[in-house]
Design a protein around this ligand. Structure first.
Ligand SMILES: [Zn+2]
Length: 295
């Protein structure tokens, strides 16, 4: 379900921001295939769990991007099968380019690469004349899609949060069985859901979406400014910001995720307050048990 969601989200980003106008057909194809395979044969446990439990996959990939390496490797093995080979009509050069793109994009979904990836893109965009690599751009977009559920409507975001927690708690159960320390968010008896989601939104998702939007505006600005461009006239792009003659500097994409992120954060904050009150009440009751009823 998650990869279907991420493939749909990647499709949305390609079409609605106008990014598809900047990428070649092969790059668009690679982005969508990367979205579809990016969690192929996921074990429902994290890289940290693979490393700590010394799984076969961790041994195979020497503890580095264990799952991501597996997703790519298993997907390309499957694609190689006669009846699955969706790449058979690509030329040798096209295949090489496609494979490199998919490998780069899926490896970049490893959360341990998150802060470095954002930092690299930020410093690139701060240059006077940034040239953004297509593979780096598509990788950042896919990574943002991968963590985008808090950037969607509350009902969707809430469902994905609950599904993810189910997965984390099952990992926590395995960790308890194996005598391993709990990974973050995996202890079903000691996880503050609302607080952790607020942190995830503030420290991970909001900064990612902001850098991604800056990058999209940077690469799409010159396209929108080109004579005869349809980009600025697509409904997804706000026209009021594109009238100036400064070209790229004025080009802005629509960012429907900003409102969702802020709405969702507000709901979690209300929830966090309620949870804290409930905990305080529970604690008070356990410290001051009600007097025994007379017999
Ligand atoms: Zn994913």
């Amino acid at each position: 379900m998650h990869v279907a969601d991420i493939a749909q989200t990647a499709h949305y980003m390609l079409c609605q921001t106008g990014l598809m106008n900047w990428l070649s057909d092969l790059e668009i194809f690679a982005t969508l295939v990367a979205a579809v395979v990016h969690d192929f044969e996921h074990t429902g446990t994290t890289n940290n769990f693979h490393v700590m439990s010394g799984s076969d996959t961790a041994l195979l990939y020497n503890d580095r991007a264990v799952l991501e390496n597996h997703h790519i490797s298993a997907a390309f093995r499957l694609i190689r099968e006669e009846d699955c080979n969706i790449l058979q009509n690509l030329s040798r050069d096209e295949f090489r380019e496609f494979r490199t793109l998919v490998i780069d994009m899926v490896l970049a979904t490893d959360m341990s690469f998150h802060f470095q990836q954002l930092k690299n893109m930020r410093s690139l965009l701060s240059l006077a004349e940034p040239t953004v690599d297509k593979s780096k751009a598509a990788s950042l977009v896919l990574h943002c899609c991968d963590i985008s559920h808090p950037a969607k409507r509350w009902d969707l975001h809430h469902r994905w949060t609950m599904s993810l927690l189910d997965e984390f708690f099952l990992q926590g159960d395995k960790e308890r069985e194996l005598g391993l320390p709990f990974s973050p968010l995996c202890d079903r008896n000691n996880t503050l859901v609302a607080e952790s989601q607020i942190g995830f939104i503030e420290f991970i998702v909001e900064p990612s979406m902001a850098v991604c939007a800056d990058m999209l505006e940077c690469v799409l600005g010159p396209l929108a400014a080109a004579p005869g461009s349809t980009l600025a006239r697509t409904p997804a792009v706000s026209n009021d910001d594109t009238q100036g003659n400064e070209g790229n500097a004025k080009f802005k994409i629509r960012k429907p995720w900003i409102a969702c992120l802020s709405d969702n954060k507000k709901i979690w904050k209300e929830q966090a307050t309620k949870d804290a009150e409930a905990r305080a009440k529970q604690e008070e009751e356990s410290n001051n048990p009600p007097p025994p009823t007379e017999e």
